[in-house]
Design a protein around this ligand. Structure first.
Ligand code: HEC
Length: 311
């Protein structure tokens, strides 16, 4: 058993005594990202592992149980002490208190549903209906609303940096990680008492089953049944409430090891639309909130684990 820690601008920690698994992971990332720094980093680590583990390898049985190895990999990356998602949490805390915009004030008076400035537990009830905007909003939409109305901030740049990349952080991913983390360990309770909230959940459900684009895919094509998988990835069944849906709903934002970034549900759904060969959905659009509301309904009762760490 070996542990290689690479400290660069993004921290990568891999424990490895199984080269097969790392090859698979590197190939996955290569396919998903079209190469890039992450792949190079991984290849570097792979070479280290190859050199370091040659002796171990000879001692290993020839037929390694693939499923068990994937489980082991998941357990390895699920270590909160090694979760770089907490770097995003810390950056988000700074951003929350930073005076910005035409009015040069911080976000500290932003009302995320429990009154101005209240952070504890708010993520456990989002998305929700906000009377001042007469709209159901998820956390991203609400933060953009506060930036515009409270801070007088032109959000063009914030939206341009909505998804972070190596060397370029995203204010939104950082803020959502910080605020989400304030509900760590709490029960997620979907807000469904307002008619507009129920309407959004229904629209989200319709979108989940609607087939379209060149592949005629719906979300349900990949997420409509137990036990489906693409390559190494198990596809969660998001067609019914239960443990799987709860775990999914309660685990975003997540630090994505394969992308070296902390991602929010906005990015996850954007990425699934990309996989469906659909046009990219608008950031913080009503459609994404409707889908999130549908998932929220399924995930009701989950214990919030944010930021989690995922492949
Ligand atoms: C072509 C197959 C495909 C389609 C269609 C698809 N997804 Fe996904 N989805 C994936 C894959 C692959 C993952 C990542 C699984 C992993 O990394 O373990 C994923 C992950 C997710 C996750 C996160 C799961 C987790 O473990 O936290 C959510 C939520 C999700 N998809 C929702 C949707 C929604 C909503 C739609 C429709 C807009 C959709 N997906 C359409 C393939 C698909």
């Amino acid at each position: 058993m070996r542990r290689y820690v690479q400290h660069s601008e993004h921290i990568l920690i891999f424990e490895c005594d199984n080269v097969k698994l790392l090859f698979a992971v590197a190939a996955e990332i290569g396919a998903a990202q079209g190469g890039g720094t992450e792949l190079l980093n991984l290849l570097r680590i792979m070479v280290l592992c190859l050199l370091g583990s040659a002796a171990n390898l000879r001692a290993q049985p020839a037929d390694v149980d693939g499923e068990k190895e994937i489980e082991r990999y998941r357990a390895m990356i699920n270590d909160p002490m090694a979760n770089p998602g907490y770097l995003a949490v810390d950056r988000g805390e700074v951003l929350w208190a930073m005076a910005r915009g035409g009015k040069n004030v911080s976000l500290e008076k932003c009302d995320l549903g429990a009154g101005p400035g209240v952070l504890d537990g708010v993520a456990a009830h989002l998305p929700r209906y906000f009377a001042d905007a007469d709209q159901v909003m998820d956390l991203e939409q609400r933060l953009l609303h506060c930036m515009r109305t409270l801070q007088g901030l032109d959000t063009k740049d914030v939206i341009a940096r909505r998804f972070g990349s190596p060397g370029k952080t995203s204010d939104m991913e950082d803020l959502v990680a910080f605020i989400g983390n304030k509900s760590l360990g709490m029960k997620y309770q979907a807000s469904l008492s307002h008619p507009k909230e129920r309407e959004m959940a229904n629209i989200g459900e319709a979108m989940f089953y609607r087939r379209s684009a060149i592949n005629d895919f719906a979300c349900a094509t990949c997420h409509g049944d137990d036990g489906r998988r693409i390559r190494l990835q198990a596809l969660p069944d998001l067609s019914k409430p239960g443990a799987t849906a709860r775990e999914v709903m309660a685990s975003w934002p997540a630090y994505r090891v394969s992308q070296s970034q902390t991602r929010t549900m906005q990015h996850r759904l954007w990425d699934c639309y990309r996989q469906m060969r659909m046009p990219a959905p608008d950031y913080a659009s009503e459609g994404i909130t409707a889908l999130t509301m549908y998932l929220a309904k399924l995930g009701d009762g989950a214990t919030i684990n944010v930021p989690s760490i995922k492949r």
